[in-house]
Write a protein that binds this ligand. Structure first.
Ligand SMILES: *Cc1c(COP(=O)(O)O)cnc(C)c1O
Length: 492
């Protein structure tokens, strides 16, 4: 099968003998490879590597990179993911040679600066969450969920309690029940009411002394703050259970309220969402978790600890001496590069700056909601936190579209906007989950609202086949995920 995309593969550009660099003539005696390595270690035929000059390679990858949308190139209102702009200074600071040249096996006394930064970040996250004990180790939000649930399991085992159930609302992110299953729990779904918040009667009917944890996202994935959260926490605590707060939506409540103050016992942060770390691309993330003092002893080792000497000097060290710990969940101290960026973001803003982040995120979302509700249904009302969920269901009937949210999302690409999140949360039909973030201007929000208005008025034909302007229009995403072609071969 030959490559039919607009950009040829490096293999197709290859010319035998072409090189990016030339090595100087060898000035030591040459030894044949089979004199150095046993025969079974040598390939019969050399691997079919592409042969190209440097500019061909640079242009190839640079051109490929421009086929993607990114926060640096486009407005990116991907709900739940908080695709805000990442200040470039955080990149520069995380790339300082003092960080880059550290080896993770260096003795503690030689990495005091790094340990101080990690210690201070632990303290900042404790302050922001209202939960005193912190680990920076987990490598993503979902990994933080899993770590916290393992901590909870160990806590109950230590108490001699058999609790096998984790409850999640029907609006929960898929990682919540998945993490619970991975940690060995059975999961039960708690319904939401028509207002989009937890159905207290349903919660009461499912909650018992077998319940280990109730996982709640607040504000939830509909962009609504569930003001019953304290009452929910009281109910769960009354049964001896714990509250886990999925912190993916912390961008809405920084400096406004704290999970530890509204009843959470454990939570994760997604620094790549809330603290402007780089997202995805297969790159590293982080998912620090914060827990109550009671759960602290079970956190993974090591934790960064501080001791103040008689001289007044602070000495930082990695504490492995934690007998109740669940052990390690990640090598070394977690994804330190991401944590440095989070630290820079938090310290740059300071307390009042973080509060302004959330206030502006809420303001932007409500502004956009106010414009969009006139032409797209927003089933959960006129006000939201940092995001809201519209429904494209009416376009099913009006235009005969089968998947109107998908069609709108794809068409927005033609107009220069990254699509919102679609078909999540599951409780809204044909959901378009829109999160503008605080880093966008009124002009950008207006342009997006106008593009969305334009798209909803277009013909079914135009929408069904969108995008029309991209190299690939609608790839088979399921096939691509199930049978990815990762290896090139000349006769494939
Ligand atoms: C992003 C997200 C997660 C998972 O976080 P990752 O860092 O992607 O693993 C969990 N819950 C919600 C609500 C999210 O938006």
């Amino acid at each position: 099968m030959s490559n039919t995309h607009a950009a040829p593969l490096l293999f197709e550009l290859s010319k035998p003998g072409r090189r990016s660099s030339q090595l100087p003539r060898c000035d030591v005696p040459q030894i044949a490879l089979d004199q150095l390595l046993p025969a079974e270690a040598l390939a019969d035929v050399p691997p079919p590597l592409p042969e190209l000059a440097e500019p061909d390679i640079v242009r190839h990858f640079t051109n490929l990179s421009t086929m993607n949308m990114s926060v640096d190139t486009h407005f990116y209102p991907l709900g739940s993911c908080t695709m805000k702009y990442n200040p470039k200074r955080n990149e520069r600071l995380a790339s300082l040679p003092g960080w880059l040249d550290i080896h993770p096996y260096q003795p503690d006394p030689t990495i005091q600066g790094l340990l101080r930064l990690l210690y201070d970040l632990q303290a900042d996250l404790a302050e922001i969450s209202g939960l005193p004990e912190v680990t920076l180790q987990p490598a993503a939000g979902a990994h933080g969920e899993l770590t916290a649930l393992m901590v909870a399991a160990e806590y109950f085992r230590d108490l001699g309690q058999q609790r096998g159930k984790v409850l999640t609302p029907d609006t929960a992110h898929g990682t919540n029940p998945a993490s619970a299953r991975m940690a060995g729990f059975e999961t039960l779904t708690v319904r939401s009411t028509a207002t989009g918040c937890v159905d207290m009667d349903d919660l009461r009917s499912k909650l018992d002394d077998q319940t280990a944890v109730f996982m709640i996202t607040n504000p939830n994935t509909l962009g609504l703050f569930d003001s019953q959260v304290q009452e929910i926490a009281d109910l769960v605590h009354h049964q001896g259970g714990l509250i886990y707060l999925d912190g993916a939506n912390m961008n809405a409540i920084l400096g406004i309220t704290r999970p530890g103050d509204f009843g959470a016992d454990m939570m994760h942060f997604n620094p790549h969402k809330t603290f402007s770390g780089p997202h995805g691309g297969g790159g590293p993330g982080a998912g620090p978790i914060c827990v109550t003092a009671e759960l602290g002893p079970y956190l993974p080792v090591p934790i960064v600890k501080k001791q103040t000497e008689d001289t007044g000097a602070d000495i930082f060290s990695l504490d492995y001496d934690r007998p109740k710990s669940i052990g390690r969940v990640r090598s070394f101290f977690g994804n330190v590069g991401v944590l440095i960026r989070a630290y820079c973001y938090i310290r740059t803003h300071g307390a009042s700056g973080l509060l302004a982040v959330s206030q502006n995120a809420i303001l932007n979302a409500n502004y956009l909601l106010g414009r969009i509700k006139h032409f797209l249904a927003v089933p959960h009302g006129d006000r939201c936190m940092h995001e809201f969920v519209a429904s494209a269901e009416a376009l099913k009937h009006d235009k005969g579209l089968k998947q109107p949210a998908m069609d709108i999302a794809k068409r927005l690409i033609d107009l220069g906007f990254h699509p919102p999140t679609v078909y999540f949360p599951l409780t809204v039909h044909d959901a378009l989950m829109i999160e503008p973030t605080e880093t966008e201007s009124k002009e950008t929000l207006d342009a997006f609202a106008e593009a969305l208005f334009h798209v909803t008025g277009e013909s079914a034909e135009m929408l069904r086949e969108a995008p029309h302007t991209t190299v690939i229009s609608r790839p088979n995403e399921v096939l691509a995920a199930r049978h990815p072609t990762l290896k090139w071969s000349p006769d494939a």
